[in-house]
Design a protein around this ligand. Structure first.
Ligand code: ADP
Ligand code: MG
Length: 337
């Protein structure tokens, strides 16, 4: 009698524990979205629990480190010479930037901040600087004016300032992907303001497909017209364009992208560049670098590269029609229906 009751209790206990373990390990897809750096983000991932709070904490930590628009951030303290100590995020950004700065012949340069401000696209209200003003600012723009000595940032001129706005979203996508992997997630799509990291499969068990936007004259970021669809697995994609963030100044179109070699801000024929790379920080930096380089230089440099997929969309100088170009590494990822 006693043995039977004991056995029954034991069975109930075992079943409960097994059920608890099974439900803990049962993965499902979660979605998390919000706004960061004045842009929307959307994240879908398969995990055994909701990781939304951790994602938000990570985004907050990144903002406190790398945002020059956040007065309490570490980068603001560095820009204002209140400290010279960097953190791991900033050291990673500086390291990645230096590689792309060199490979792009100086077109990519995170020390453009004073020029971005002077042209009225930063956190200070500039409008239309004179040639003399631009030239005087150029004296303290350039990655050669920065060195990392251990954790310390050494500036050759105290007026040197950093701006990682061009790769912060890409870096944040990579960091969120790392957080998901660390927490046992298996499949994910992380998107911040159009920059994307994809891994594994979607809710239908199919590879993640991502639409590439067609440049549009409408400044409304909610209007999207798709140029094509690309498929991504363990890859990232980022787009930079001159077609949304520009301003008309006396008949001249000014862009938020500045050529650090001349200090100029002008919209050329290149409307957008989309780059596929193994990580989103690289994709994001190259998209900006190519926009600054322009279509001919980008196409000549990227034609033979297999490690980066590159798509350029330009306006024909005569007809204004859209001209689409891509290298082979990009073409390999286009989904044909
Ligand atoms: P978006 O932020 O619109 O997605 P990008 O990723 O191309 O576009 O980043 C644009 C930002 O990069 C600018 O607002 C400016 O802060 C910064 N920037 C401008 N010119 C350069 C440059 N030559 N190299 C690095 N960063 C730049
Ligand atoms: Mg970019």
């Amino acid at each position: 009698m006693f043995n039977r009751r004991y056995a029954a209790i034991l069975v109930v206990l075992i079943v409960t524990v097994v059920m608890m373990l099974c439900s803990r390990n049962r993965k499902r897809y979660y979605s998390h979205e919000g706004v960061v750096w004045t842009t929307e983000y959307h994240i879908t991932y398969e995990a055994d629990r909701d990781l939304g709070d951790s994602i938000q904490m990570l985004l907050h930590a990144l903002d406190m480190s790398v945002s020059p628009y956040n007065k309490a951030s570490l980068i603001t303290a560095l820009n204002e010479n209140q400290t010279c100590r960097t953190d791991a995020y900033l050291r990673r950004l500086i390291g990645a930037s230096r590689v792309i700065h060199e490979q792009s012949g100086g077109a990519y340069d995170p020390t453009v901040m004073p020029l971005v401000n002077a042209w009225g696209f930063g956190y200070k209200s500039g409008t239309l600087p004179s040639r003399a003003q631009v030239d005087s600012i150029l004296e303290f723009v350039g990655m050669d004016k920065l060195t990392l000595r251990g954790d310390s940032l050494v500036k050759s001129d105290p007026r040197v300032m950093l701006d990682f706005s061009s790769i912060a979203k890409g870096m944040a996508c990579d960091e969120i992907a790392r957080l998901l992997a660390r927490n046992g997630a298996s499949n994910w799509l992380v998107e911040i303001g159009g920059e994307v990291v994809a891994h594994g499969v979607n809710t239908h068990g199919k590879p993640w497909n991502v639409a590439v936007d067609l440049p549009s004259e409408q400044a409304d970021t909610t209007v999207h017209e798709s140029a094509m669809t690309i498929t991504l697995d363990s890859l990232a994609v980022a787009t930079s364009g001159s077609y949304r963030k520009w301003r008309d100044e006396g008949g001249n179109r000014l862009s938020h992208l500045i050529d650090p070699r001349t200090g100029d801000s002008r919209v050329g024929t290149l409307l957008s560049v989309t780059v596929i790379a193994p990580d989103c920080m690289t994709a994001d930096a190259w998209a900006t670098a190519c926009m600054v380089m322009g279509d001919s230089a980008t196409q000549a440099m990227m034609e033979p590269r297999r490690d980066l997929g590159v798509l350029t969309i330009s306006a024909d100088t005569v007809s204004g029609a859209l001209v689409v170009w891509s290298n082979a590494a990009f073409a390999d990822r286009i989904v044909t229906h």
